[in-house]
Ligand binder design. Structure first.
Ligand code: CA
Length: 364
C-alpha cells in the first residue's frame, strides 16, 4: 500500500468512528453521555455561613457532587437561618419542603432518644470505631431503618474526632467542685454531668463567651482547639480539660426520601461516595487544625488538665444509669444501645491492644 492510500484509509476509519454518533440529519450527538435533566437540591445546614470545617466541608461535598455527576446534580448549600433556623432542618427535610440537610443527629433527640447514639455518647466509640460500626457493624442499617420512619435517608457527614472536656474558670479537684457548677454542655454529656450535680445550660453559640466572661457561666464545652480558640475561650477560662463526653461525634448528611428516589442508581452512588469522602476529609481537617491551634491554647497560658479519676468513674456510672432510664422509656433507644454497646465491647479489646498500646510505647 502506498503511503498516500494508507493515510486515506486511516482517515476514513477515524471518520467512521465519529459518524457512529451522528444523527440521520447529520447533527452531532455524543451517544456515550445520557443527557439527564439537572436535579437541583436545596441543602440547609445547622451552621453559620462559612463555618470552618463543618460548613466548609459540606460546601466541598456539594462541589464534588456537581463535578462527578458532570453537572447533573446541583446542590446549593444554605447556612442556618437562611431558609430555616439551625435546628429546623430535620422537620423541613422530613416534610419535603427542603431536599437535604447537614447537621448532627443528637440535636433531634427530642423526637427520638435513639438519635443520640448516631452522633456518639460519653465513653462510647472513637471516630475510627464509629466508622467501623457504620460500615461493618449494624450502625448504618439501624440508622437507615429508624430515619426511614421520618421519611429521611441518612449518610455519614463528617466526624469531629475526640472532643475536649471543656473550659473551666476554676480547677476541678474533686466531685464536690462540680456541685452547682453552671456549664454549657448539651446532649448525653449534659445529662451525665447533671447526675453529678452540674447545672447544664444551653446557650446559643454567640452568647457563650460573654456569659463566661461575666461569670454567668462557670464552664463550657465546645469542640477542640480548632474551633474553641475562634470563640476566644482561652482568654476567659484557664483550665482546659481533656475529653470524655464526645469521643468521636459523627455529623449527618440527610436527604428527603422521595427526593433521593428521583436520582438514578449512579447518582445515588455518587452521593454515597462523596459523603464518605466528606466524612474522612473532615476528620483529617479536625486532626490537623486541633494540633495547630493547640499551640494557641498553650501560648494563652491555659492549663491542660484531666478530670480527677473519681469524677470520671462517677460519670461512667451515671452514663449507664442514663442509658438504662432511656432504654426503659424508648424501644428504639434500647435496641440501638444494645447493638452499639455490644459493638463497643468487642472493639474495645482490639483498640486497647492495638492503638492504645502503640500510643503508650510511642509516648514513652
Ligand atoms: Ca461539643
Amino acid at each position: 500500500m502506498k503511503r498516500r492510500d494508507f493515510i486515506k484509509v486511516g482517515a476514513i476509519g477515524a471518520g467512521a468512528v465519529a459518524l457512529g454518533g451522528c444523527q440521520k440529519d447529520g447533527s452531532a450527538k455524543n451517544v456515550h453521555i445520557k443527557r439527564r435533566k439537572t436535579i437541583k437540591i436545596k441543602l440547609a445546614t445547622s451552621w453559620p455561613a462559612n463555618f470552618p470545617i463543618m460548613g466548609t466541608g459540606v460546601e466541598g461535598f456539594a462541589k464534588r457532587v456537581n463535578e462527578i455527576s458532570e453537572g447533573s446534580i446541583k446542590i446549593k448549600v444554605y447556612a442556618k437561618n437562611t431558609l430555616v433556623p439551625a435546628l429546623g432542618v430535620f422537620d423541613a427535610v422530613s416534610s419535603g419542603s427542603l431536599d437535604a440537610y447537614h447537621s448532627a443527629s443528637y440535636y433531634y433527640k427530642g423526637k427520638n432518644e435513639a438519635f443520640n447514639l448516631f452522633t456518639g455518647y460519653p465513653f462510647g466509640l472513637t471516630a475510627q470505631e464509629m466508622n467501623a460500626w457504620m460500615d461493618f457493624g449494624n450502625g448504618m442499617k439501624l440508622w437507615r431503618e429508624l430515619y426511614d420512619k421520618y421519611n429521611l435517608v441518612p449518610f455519614k457527614g463528617g466526624n469531629t474526632g475526640v472532643q475536649m472536656g471543656g473550659w473551666f474558670k476554676k480547677e476541678i479537684k474533686s466531685l464536690a467542685d462540680l456541685k452547682g457548677l453552671k456549664m454549657r454542655i448539651p446532649g448525653l454529656g449534659g445529662e451525665v454531668f447533671a447526675k453529678l450535680g452540674v447545672k447544664p445550660t444551653l446557650l446559643p453559640a454567640g452568647e457563650i463567651y460573654v456569659a463566661l466572661e461575666r461569670n454567668l457561666l462557670d464552664a463550657t464545652e465546645w469542640l477542640g482547639p480548632s474551633l474553641d480558640v475562634k470563640m476566644g475561650f482561652q482568654k476567659v477560662a484557664k483550665n482546659y480539660y481533656t475529653g470524655w463526653h464526645e469521643p468521636g461525634s459523627m455529623l449527618s448528611l440527610v436527604f428527603n426520601k422521595q427526593k433521593f428516589a428521583k436520582f438514578s442508581k449512579e447518582q445515588q452512588l455518587m452521593i454515597e461516595m462523596a459523603s464518605n469522602e466528606m466524612n474522612s476529609n473532615m476528620l483529617s481537617e479536625f486532626q490537623y487544625k486541633n494540633a495547630v491551634e493547640l499551640e494557641t491554647v498553650k501560648k494563652a497560658g491555659v492549663k491542660i488538665l484531666e478530670f480527677p479519676s473519681e469524677v470520671m468513674s462517677e460519670a461512667k456510672k451515671a452514663m449507664i444509669e442514663v442509658a438504662k432510664e432511656k432504654s426503659a422509656k424508648s424501644k428504639d433507644f434500647a435496641k440501638v444501645w444494645k447493638d452499639v454497646q455490644g459493638f463497643l465491647a468487642k472493639n474495645r479489646e482490639w483498640t486497647d491492644i492495638g492503638l492504645e498500646k502503640y500510643l503508650k510505647v510511642r509516648d514513652s
